[in-house]
Design a protein. Structure first.
Length: 195
């Protein structure tokens, strides 16, 4: 059974990787992040690959299908991001567990596509979005539901960096990838779907 899952995981990775090669990883503007976060961002492809390899071995077939469906269409370059309310869910790849797929919560994109915030749930985040390499560079920070938002740089353990991409063939669906998060997982993905 384990060998079957390993083979299936390897085949899924082979199918997903070419679709993702169409968009280059986003980059941070000069002096936008500290050195360790710049390193995390530079390692986004490695973080994604390691996370996917672990997640595609998850026991729950439904989780494996959800994760494969996130990446199979690939990404499409975009330079605009519509303001508005989105439903969003976090998917944790690898780490303490092979995969964790959370329910949908509420997110908001505002300021002409330059800000993003997860506005419900116990773990939230907020930050800025900057166009970069056909996607958007994200710089923000984690905060909890009973706290005010935290600014990037005020607590290194809560800093987040990542890339937001449009899913190919879907004009109202986006993935925000958070490489090498500080806690729990190897790679986090936030799926956003416009309401």
């Amino acid at each position: 059974m384990l060998m079957h899952k390993i083979v299936a995981s390897g085949l899924a990775l082979l199918m997903i990787q070419p679709a993702l090669a169409q968009v280059q990883p986003c980059g941070a503007p000069a002096d936008a992040v500290n050195a360790s976060d710049e390193e995390r961002l530079a390692g986004i492809v490695k973080s994604r690959t390691r996370g996917l390899a672990a997640a595609l071995l998850a026991d729950r077939a439904a989780d494996r299908v959800t994760i494969s469906a996130l990446y199979t269409p690939g990404f499409t370059p975009t330079s605009s991001l519509p303001d508005g309310d989105y439903q969003c869910r976090t998917i944790k790849l690898g780490g303490m567990l092979p995969a964790v797929v959370y329910d949908y919560f509420s997110c908001r994109i505002g300021e002409e596509g330059s800000s993003i915030a997860k506005t419900s749930g116990s773990q939230r985040f907020s930050g800025s979005l900057t166009p970069s390499n056909g996607g958007f560079f994200y710089r923000g920070a984690l905060h909890f539901g009973d706290e005010q938002p935290v600014l990037y740089g005020s607590d290194g353990e809560r800093n987040q960096v990542g890339c937001l991409y449009q899913v190919a063939g879907e004009d109202q669906r986006y993935l925000l990838e958070l490489p090498s998060p500080m806690f729990e997982s190897l790679h986090d993905v936030v799926e956003l779907v416009a309401r």
